[in-house]
Design a protein around this ligand. Structure first.
Ligand code: SF4
Ligand code: SF4
Length: 186
């Protein structure tokens, strides 16, 4: 009698395991025909929303003059104390100036070890000089490498997918080792 009872228990256990395996497999199989959510980045481009706040770039106007006039409003607005600026005067005529004004940023740095991507600096800028780009690849080996300087931030614009850099601008990006971003903006 006890042998029969043991056999019945074992059969019940086998049926229970088979049933839960079948339930699990049915969930797995039901997802196979749906579109996959993963992307083999960087072999395939990844889709990013336009409103995504990534690494910044410093912009220039249509004459190639830096838009930053060293007013320090972005640094004052930054809650993380991530922006460092040294301003300077450039009294030369407009055609020869570095920026579109007689003031320019001799030094402009953002420390991405501190930046929280809040966008306050972008909102505070009266000349639209500082803009959020879409780069999200920030892995570096040392904290010092997280501090990005003016040359880097100026070149960072020319890797965005919806700008068309000329040869000089492409050279600026290449000099900073900034390949075009492998992203699709949505
Ligand atoms: S995004 Fe925010 S935290 Fe980052 S530099 Fe701008 S103001 Fe500072
Ligand atoms: S980026 Fe804009 S807010 Fe910041 S110093 Fe330059 S002009 Fe002023």
């Amino acid at each position: 009698m006890s042998i029969l009872s043991n056999v019945i228990d074992t059969v019940k256990e086998i049926l229970a395991v088979a049933q839960s395996t079948a339930t699990g497999m049915s969930v797995t199989l039901s997802h196979i025909p749906t579109r996959k959510a993963t992307v083999s980045y960087p072999d395939e481009p990844v889709t990013i929303f336009r409103r995504f706040r990534g690494e910044h770039f410093l912009d220039v106007n249509e004459d190639g003059k830096e838009k930053c006039v060293s007013c320090f409003l972005c640094a004052a607005a930054c809650p993380a104390d991530a922006i460092y600026i040294e301003g300077a005067e450039d009294p030369r005529p407009y055609e020869e100036r570095i920026s579109m004004d007689h003031r320019y940023a001799k030094v402009y740095q953002i420390d991405y070890g501190r930046c929280i991507l809040c966008g306050f600096c972008v909102d505070a800028c009266p000349t639209d000089a500082i803009i959020h780009g879409h780069n999200f690849e920030w892995a570096v080996y040392t904290p010092g490498e997280m501090v990005k300087d003016k040359e880097f931030l100026l070149a960072n614009k020319w890797r965005e997918p919806d700008v068309k850099p000329n040869e000089k601008q492409k050279h600026l990006a290449a000099k900073q080792k900034l390949p075009p971003l492998n992203i699709i903006l949505k």
